[in-house]
Design a binder for this molecule. Structure first.
Ligand code: PNS
Length: 163
């Protein structure tokens, strides 16, 4: 698919940082497939379907909604990219510390699939400290989530940690 990109991640859950990257991606590509990795050996708080629903809700009112598809996958990302006939992967890089892991992952993916390249995007600098891991930590201890995630995600997180 020409002028399309995959935006893969765990999205457990979607944060304002993810949304910022997605918003940038739709300016650059005609179609962006948000690709939710499930069963990637990481213990997740939300199921794949829940994570998709949270992303869906976050973008339903955006004027660029039609440019976005949301799908889940299990297995190797490059296999999914090939299945979708997409050869661009998008990843958000917040800080230099992210880059080491991202660089290794991008080069591994390119070794496995030379036709697939990774493009790194930077979020707004106000959002560079946000990660899903930190958001879950704040949620676990009952902290204010309002500047990290959309309201409906904060509500879903509170639901997960209230029992
Ligand atoms: O949001 P995350 O957890 O940083 O996303 C990482 C993800 C899901 C993109 C990555 O772990 C992934 O692609 N997993 C699928 C397995 C795979 O293809 N690994 C790449 C070889 S290093």
């Amino acid at each position: 698919m020409k002028n399309s990109a995959l935006y893969p991640g765990s999205f457990d859950p979607l944060t304002n940082g993810h949304l910022d990257i997605l918003q940038r991606a739709v300016q650059m590509f005609e179609k962006v497939i948000v690709t939710v990795a499930v069963n990637n050996k990481k213990k997740s708080v939300f199921t794949g379907d829940e994570r998709i629903q949270l992303i869906e809700e976050a973008i339903e009112d955006k004027e660029w909604r039609d440019k976005v598809e949301i799908e889940q996958f299990t297995g190797l990302l490059i296999d999914f990219a090939r299945k979708k006939n997409v050869n661009v992967l998008l990843r958000g890089v917040r800080q230099i510390s992210d880059f080491e892991y991202e660089f290794r992952m991008a080069l591994t993916n390119r070794r496995l699939a030379p036709e697939i390249d990774t493009i790194f995007l930077m979020p707004d600098e106000q959002l560079t400290f946000i990660s899903a891991t930190i958001v879950k930590e704040v949620a676990y201890w009952g902290g204010d989530l309002s500047s990290f995630v959309p309201d409906h995600v904060a509500k879903a997180l509170r639901g997960k940690y209230s029992s």
